[in-house]
Write a protein that binds this ligand. Structure first.
Ligand code: UTP
Ligand code: MN
Length: 499
């Protein structure tokens, strides 16, 4: 069944991490010999900083001895540090620099040992720490639906790092910290400038202690200890690998991991595992559907669906939604909304479209879910629940000849077609604006629209409707602009919703 070769990208991440830390480091600064004090720093952070410094050509001694020239400590309690140093019975202690970690971070940033200044020294008695001024009022909204976020991200290093931690928390079902990092990512993505120091990030909303600590490390060293650790964690790597398969969620991935499975071939050869239809297709087309879909491919699919829809119902409405509607260059799938003005007719639309795609020989997989939508069951109080419209999750065969500029394939791959994931949803026309707003995303933008509606307006918003709890009534809308207006929000264009 799985005739196409599957080469699982196992441990790809840890290889990348190792690449930054060469095994045989070249010594660039013979005269400087560092010693990192483990106390306060902790063992794993010390070993991370040691590797980092060695990769930059510094000599780091494992043991504190008279050869050491620079002692670096994160312990700011000078009396206890000095007491400990004196107990080490070093002849050269008087000529050693006893330095605050800031000297180390400055040196890592510069890629050379910077001159020791008095601000770096941990003296035997420390001056009183000066009080920090209160932060000025924030000007960036805490809600993504009050920010304009294009596809241009000026803080990619930071957001990539935060996303690793958010994903990791999500895989461990720790919703609180996951959401905190997702919100922080979203705020950073909205900024028209790059965060270069903690001070400039001071007034931003949604940055907690934890995200600031990670940010600080990245701004200082270019790496985050916690992120590197997560990326090289076997459980994280395996769960990311397994959930990258269509039809495999965190629960299944965790189950396989706990059975001791670590690679696709182990999963596929385990006779006790019964893959469902979706997972079978996920593995079968893994190479293709884990590869990004290009804008040109999305346009080609639009023409294909458009033709199918209009053969069925001439007055049907088809709209591209999801990431491509937000102007993204690439996506993991292509999302469409289809509907017709005739009430009830939308219910038969998707099966008819799927039929036609089957006849064309391009439907490789379909999972159709009938509508469970009933206006009488609204408003829905369950936050972030799936919507009730009829929908189908498809894998289509896309011919190269249909795509302007050709398929988005790997270098050297000259196949004439590829598999692509496509989602279709068909709400009743009367619910069109809500469905379009909900399916356009981004996920974080939607979360914040709902949170804003609930917290600031006492309203309930989902993919079906907007309900005013004060007036106890549903608010009608035929366009997205109507919905923003009901919420008292400035209209945000789709390409500004990449939160
Ligand atoms: P996607 O997962 O397709 O994300 O969901 P995307 O923004 O298009 O990004 P890529 O490029 O494909 O990765 C699109 C939107 O549809 C909503 C999601 O919340 C998201 O905002 N959606 C998806 C639903 O409302 N219901 C669903 O059942 C699925
Ligand atoms: Mn999508």
């Amino acid at each position: 069944m799985f005739s196409s070769p599957i080469i699982p990208p196992v441990r790809k991440r840890s290889k990348a991490a190792e690449a930054c830390v060469p095994r045989h480091e070249e010594v660039k600064f013979e005269d400087v010999r560092l010693y990192l004090v483990e106390r306060k720093m902790g063992r794993s952070r010390r070993s991370f900083l040691t590797q980092l410094a060695r990769s930059k050509g510094f000599v780091v001694e494992d043991v504190l001895s008279d050869v050491v020239t620079h002692v670096v400590s994160e312990d700011l309690h000078a009396p206890s540090l000095w007491k400990w140093l004196k107990e080490c019975e070093l002849k050269n202690l008087p000529s050693m620099h006893v330095l605050h970690i800031s000297w180390f971070t400055d040196s890592m940033r510069e890629g050379r040992p910077v001159a020791v200044e008095s601000r770096h020294l941990i003296k035997e008695t420390l001056p009183e720490a000066s009080a920090t001024p209160p932060p000025p009022k924030a000007t960036v909204s805490q809600y993504a639906c009050q920010r304009r976020t294009t596809t241009e991200n000026n803080n990619k290093t930071l957001t990539d790092a935060f996303e690793v931690l958010a994903d990791s928390y999500e895989l461990n079902e720790m919703e609180g910290p996951c959401l905190a990092f997702r919100r922080a990512v979203s705020v950073l993505k909205s900024l028209p400038w790059a965060v270069k120091s903690l001070e400039t990030a001071q007034d931003l909303p949604c940055l907690g202690e934890h995200s600031k600590a990670v940010m600080k490390e990245i701004l200082q060293y270019g790496h985050s200890f916690e992120v590197e650790k997560t990326l090289s964690d076997e459980r994280y790597q395996t769960l990311k690998l397994f959930t990258s398969v269509f039809g495999v969620g965190p629960k299944t991935a965790d189950k396989w991991y706990r059975r001791g499975l670590r690679s696709f071939s182990e999963v596929l050869t385990d006779s006790s595992i019964q893959l469902n239809r979706m997972q079978q297709s996920g593995f079968l087309h893994y190479g293709d559907i884990s590869r990004a879909v290009s804008k040109a491919e999305a346009r080609a699919l639009r023409s294909i669906i458009d033709e199918a829809v209009h053969v069925i119902t001439p007055d049907a409405v088809l709209a591209l939604t999801g990431g491509f509607r937000r102007g993204k260059e690439f996506g993991h799938d292509v999302d469409f909304i289809v509907t017709t003005p005739e009430p009830g007719e939308e219910e038969t639309l998707l099966p008819k479209i799927m039929n036609r795609l089957t006849k064309q020989g391009i439907l490789l997989f379909s999972d159709y879910q009938t509508s469970t939508f009933e206006m009488s069951k609204l408003p829905c109080h369950r936050f972030e629940a799936m919507d009730h419209f009829a929908k189908c999750f498809l894998i289509l065969r896309l011919e190269a000849s249909k795509v302007e500029g050709g398929l988005h394939l790997a270098e050297g791959d000259s196949r004439g077609w590829r598999a692509v994931r496509v989602d279709l949803v068909s709400p009743p026309m009367e619910r069109y604006a809500f469905a379009l707003l909900g399916w356009t995303g981004s996920r974080q933008f939607e979360r914040d629209l709902r949170r804003f509606a609930r917290m600031e307006r006492r309203m309930l918003l989902d993919n079906h409707a907007l309900y005013d709890k004060t007036k106890k009534e549903f608010l009608a809308a035929t366009t997205e602009k109507d919905i923003f207006a009901h919420l008292g929000l400035e209209y945000i264009e789709p390409w500004q919703r990449n939160a």
